[in-house]
Ligand binder design. Sequence first.
Ligand SMILES: Cc1cc2nc3c(=O)[nH]c(=O)nc-3n(C[C@H](O)[C@H](O)[C@H](O)COP(=O)(O)OP(=O)(O)OC[C@H]3O[C@@H](n4cnc5c(N)ncnc54)[C@H](O)[C@@H]3O)c2cc1C
Length: 328
Amino acid sequence: MTDTAFENYTTLMTELYSKLKQFGHVKYNEPLSKHTSFKLGGPADFFAIIDTKESFIQAVRFLEEEGIDYMLLGQGTNVVASDDGFRGVIIQMRDTAYHVDGVTIRAAAGCATVEIAHASAKAGLTGFAWGVGVPGTIGGAVRGNAGAMGGEMKDVVVSIEVLRDGGVMNLSNAACVFGYRDSIFKRNHDCILEATLQLTPAADAQGMKEVLNHLAYRNKTQPQGWSSSGCIFKNVLLDDPSLLSVKNIEIPVVFQEKKVIPAGWLVEQAGLKGAQIGGAKVSEKHGNFIVNTGGASATDVFSLIEMIQETVYTQYGITLEEEIQRIE
Ligand SMILES: Cc1cc2nc3c(=O)[nH]c(=O)nc-3n(C[C@H](O)[C@H](O)[C@H](O)COP(=O)(O)OP(=O)(O)OC[C@H]3O[C@@H](n4cnc5c(N)ncnc54)[C@H](O)[C@@H]3O)c2cc1C
């Protein structure tokens, strides 16, 4: 870069920094490893933490008007951020307001899913206890139609408030087009602002008992104490009958009945539990978790993902699709 180009670049960055500061707390050249559950990823040019829905809306409108690249981040529990980081602005929505009214809960996108699950049980409601097993925010959970233990966001969402093309609007459950770990928000640029959930009154302390059961199950089946992004791959849905006769493997009846092959089971059958590249390792406890053993790079994780996909495809002819979102 010439001296003049460098000066112009510095001026632009300084201007952008002071403009972003109108909306919230802004960090420059911020390592994404500090904001992701995998604890890896290079720097974002800017990292803006925004506490209120109104400021968040203004910030997104500003970035769109200026044509500046940005990406939303919840709690970073479903992402793998590249070692090069992100050129542009990462926006973290930290509005954590929620309101319980009868069987309805309105929660801002920045609310922790776990907190809303606890609040629902405390309010004597059932239907969202599974949320205690899902780290991250309500915004991230809606986008990915997060779910656990047979429950999914699509079962409880009444409507979602979004910012679309600068305007605020409400979408019905049907308009969100939820599918398995999927929604319309994976294919558009809507910013999720708030979710309205409808639950069911629980008998006695049923909601609390469900919360405790979910936590116990999660501790038994998932690796504890490791940095990860949860499940790396989507489970394989058996909606295509040809998958019942995949090569070299017999699909257990229980999976045939549930019409789903757990990706972790395929990884285990392929002999990949414990496989390691650099600091990234397939968990010994759960084949669909890659854990950071300390000092893993995103490149290690991406290489391990590729190796798993190639092995599973070569052995069984099944393509494992990523559940995590890449930040690159
Ligand atoms: C230990 C562990 C266990 C897990 N178990 C489960 C599980 O049982 N079930 C499950 O479904 N998931 C699970 N996950 C994955 C993760 O918890 C969920 O996907 C979660 O809902 C992600 O929320 P987040 O706020 O961290 O999203 P992030 O990881 O921050 O973001 C994920 C995506 O959502 C987008 N996004 C975030 N906020 C918004 C918004 N307001 N508007 C629009 N887009 C937005 C981001 O741009 C990104 O593309 C697990 C993860 C970990 C680490």
